[in-house]
Design a protein around this ligand. Structure first.
Ligand SMILES: [Zn+2]
Length: 439
């Protein structure tokens, strides 16, 4: 039998388990084993025990000591627009205005393949440097932009082109037939890595949503769109649909997606801020997931769109699954640390209990992998999973006894300079391979 090829990593570890718990090793040892399909996690244990168990096999060559750095699983960003990185810091007075003034013009530039390629190379390098190794991604309407994104994405991502057939600028409008043919081709090329992506009910005809949903279901693809982000958006959606045949008596935004086949266990609905109990019930019954993007929904003075506070307790009571997303460019920063901080801050301000950093860490990692159906292979540092993790130096921070306090101290020490969250991670490992971050 061939000898096992092991690697050893020493550091402070947090391994998210669920909303209430993270395994915590102040000084721990992560053991990984090389396989044909990349490295897998073999063990995670306190260093002292680890040295007893593996000591004779640990050498200067196969052991990396990160000192007091914190090691976490990589992040899953479950809602972001890779084509909006350039508009994340544009003024955001209202969602619909921001789309028209900045976002649509930015997305039009991706019509040129060479532009999409250069941007793809740059963006996905930046994403992995932020520790994000999986998630669900919106592209522009252009077919080749999805190809470029999937070519450069490092990790477990599903990507879809936004579909726009009505109420959109002329240069970003496709016919129904074009949208459906495009979906067929992308599914054929990328299989389940393609994500069926009507931009939202305002821009995508019911015929396209119906036909595309059926195609996606047949191929086992995920579907994603936006739902109930702002009251103006909801009013606009209902005013459009109540004039369409078959939707005259539609009572809610969610019902529109239910009637077009958009809901289900592979459906990711971005935002869901303003949902009635009836709508939440439909989402729960259909096993649809909500993706919460706190930095994007945050007040305008915090660089968000001011859409309101996501009521996670109501969502959980209704049995609806949810995970976190950055919603770049509605959200201003790519870092999931900033997203976690915003989730905790906004709930704390409204005196909502239960919005802890331990919960935020779970919702930024394993919960996303669970929703994507990848949790047997990735999402945390359990035995048997991909050796994918990120390293954050703690610079002498005194280690508290509780994981909650450790995350709080580490994350909140940077809240005065949110751009700084982009610089916290010094190493990212994907399937055991250290990624080049700044070249
Ligand atoms: Zn979005």
């Amino acid at each position: 039998m061939a000898a096992q090829k092991l690697s050893f990593y020493i550091g402070t570890f947090l391994n998210p388990k669920d909303d209430e718990s993270s395994d915590y090793y102040k000084t721990g040892l992560l053991v990984t084993e090389a396989t044909d399909a990349g490295a897998r996690i073999l063990d995670l244990l306190p260093l002292e025990r680890g040295v007893k168990k593996y000591g004779p096999r640990m050498t200067g060559r196969n052991t990396t000591d990160f000192g007091d750095a914190l090691i976490l699983p990589g992040f899953f960003d479950m809602h972001f627009h890779w084509v909006q990185d350039d508009v994340s810091d544009m003024p955001k007075d209202s969602l619909l205005e921001w789309l028209e003034k900045y976002t649509f013009p930015a997305e039009m530039k991706f019509a040129k393949r060479s532009y999409a390629r250069a941007k793809g190379r740059q963006f996905f390098k930046k994403l992995v440097a932020h520790g994000t190794i999986g998630g669900a991604c919106y592209s522009s309407i252009h077919e080749h932009a999805v190809d470029e994104a999937l070519k450069y994405a490092r990790g477990d991502f599903v990507v879809g082109n936004v579909l726009m057939n009505m109420n959109s600028p002329a240069s970003l409008t496709q016919t129904d037939a074009e949208s459906i043919a495009l979906t067929e081709r992308l599914i054929e090329r990328h299989g389940a890595l393609h994500c069926f992506t009507p931009r939202f009910a305002i821009t995508t005809t019911p015929a396209v949503m119906r036909a595309g949903s059926a195609l996606a279901d047949r191929a086992g693809c995920f579907k994603q769109t936006h739902l109930s982000e702002t009251p103006q958006e909801i009013a606009f959606v209902l005013s459009i649909y109540r004039k369409l045949p078959g939707f005259e008596r539609v009572r809610s935004y969610t019902e529109i997606y239910a009637k077009t086949g958009m809901l289900g266990k592979r459906s990711l609905m971005g935002h869901g801020i303003h949902l009635s109990p009836k709508e939440l019930k439909i989402l729960g019954q259909t096993k649809t997931s909500l993706i919460h993007c706190p930095t994007s929904n945050a007040p305008i003075k915090e660089l968000g769109l001011g859409s309101g506070l996501f009521d996670f307790r109501k969502v959980e009571r209704a049995g609806v699954r949810w995970a976190l997303g950055s919603d770049i460019g509605g959200g201003p920063f790519l870092s999931m640390f900033d997203v976690m901080r915003s989730f905790v801050d906004q709930n704390k301000r409204k005196h909502v209990s239960g919005a802890t950093y331990v919960k935020a860490l779970y919702r930024a990692t394993l919960a996303g992998a669970e929703i994507l159906g990848l949790n047997r292979r990735t999402g945390n540092l359990n035995r048997g999973k991909d050796a994918s993790f990120i390293v954050i130096p703690l610079n002498g921070l005194k280690l508290p006894d509780e994981p909650e306090l450790l995350l709080k101290r580490m994350i909140e020490s940077h809240r005065g300079n949110r751009a700084h969250y982009s610089k916290l991670i010094t190493a990212v490992y994907l399937n055991g391979k250290r990624q080049r971050l700044n070249s």
